[in-house]
Design a protein around this ligand. Structure first.
Ligand code: NAP
Length: 273
């Protein structure tokens, strides 16, 4: 058994495992010989993932096809993992909305805030308590480069990612004494369903796609070493220089750039009537 397995094994819990970054993280962890509990709504995709991972890496995979925003979801995860030891939690499930703040329904704003902020916080609370008793474990949170400043037209999404960033930074310090490594991965634009489904033309923004595989590896490598890690050199530079300028500057710049990248004026106005 290597160090990674000893500290973060024998099981890892990954939410948002059916696609994108969560799916890539699941592959990377399976390659490091952790058994996995994979969570998302689309059971069929989780079943395919289970087959792939068990066949390719010889590990054990449990699937949980649930909507994490529904009441009782966290309790269900807790209940169905009572008989195994979860050494690593990766709450990667997330959604994004892009439109004028008032153009997105309150229900969608609230659902996004719940999935992106409340669910990771609750999962950390449940599993960090158990990890602390064993004096080892890890949490890999998924924030975003968008979490480094306010971003008009994706205001609530960016704010949820700022929450994840600061929660993780603080817990990196606080949980260290219990032997728990907390790191926050902040991806830039990543080639997944999330940006593909947004009504934005990303070619009009000064951003470059990274593969979810590269992003996943960057996050996993940061575990036990860094409080936060930004994926990609250009993104790293962006996050760094952001600290040197007045906060209002990147906010206005993003406001201008994002507004003009909407595919249609109707998309900018959103679906709230
Ligand atoms: N892609 C980017 O450019 C980018 C950049 C920065 C940060 N991120 C962050 O990376 C994380 C992963 O996003 P991604 O890019 O990989 O997007 P993605 O491919 O759309 O993956 C999102 C995942 O979340 C799951 N999910 C969504 N709603 C859920 C719910 N109510 N209950 C349970 N699972 C749910 C989805 O599965 P089901 O549909 O099967 O439920 C899916 O597995 C997110 O937290 C996102 O904010 C992405």
């Amino acid at each position: 058994m290597d160090d990674f397995q000893r500290i973060y094994g024998p099981w890892a819990l990954v939410t948002g495992a059916s696609s994108g970054i969560g799916r890539a993280v699941s592959h990377e962890l399976a390659a490091r010989k952790l058994n996995l509990v994979v969570v998302s709504r689309r059971q069929r995709l989780l079943d395919t993932l289970k087959k792939e991972l068990e066949h390719r890496y010889g590990i054990e995979v449990r699937t949980l096809g649930i909507d994490l925003t529904k009441p009782g979801a966290i309790e269900e995860i807790d209940r169905s993992t009572q008989d195994i030891i979860i050494g690593l939690v990766v709450p990667a499930a997330g959604v994004a909305e892009a439109a004028e703040f008032t153009g997105t329904t309150l229900a969608r704003h609230t659902g996004m805030a719940h999935l992106n902020m409340i669910v990771p916080m609750q999962l950390i609370h449940v599993f960090a308590n158990k990890m602390a008793k064993r004096k080892r474990g890890g949490v890999l949170l998924v924030s975003s480069l968008f979490g480094y400043q306010g971003i008009p037209y994706v205001a609530n999404y960016a704010a949820t990612k700022a929450y994840v960033l600061t929660l993780g930074e603080a817990l990196h310090f606080e949980l260290k004494k219990h032997g728990i490594d907390v790191s926050v991965l902040a991806p830039g634009l990543t080639d997944t369903d999330m940006p593909a489904n947004l009504p934005l033309n990303f070619s009009k923004l000064p951003m470059f796609y990274q593969s979810p595989w590269k992003v996943a590896r960057t996050g996993i490598r940061a575990l036990g070493k860094k409080a936060t890690v930004v994926s990609g050199l250009i993104n790293k530079f962006y996050a760094w220089q952001n600290r040197l300028v007045p906060r209002s500057l990147p906010v206005s710049l993003f406001g201008f750039l994002i507004k003009r990248s909407f595919k249609t004026p109707a998309a900018l106005r959103g679906g709230n009537t």
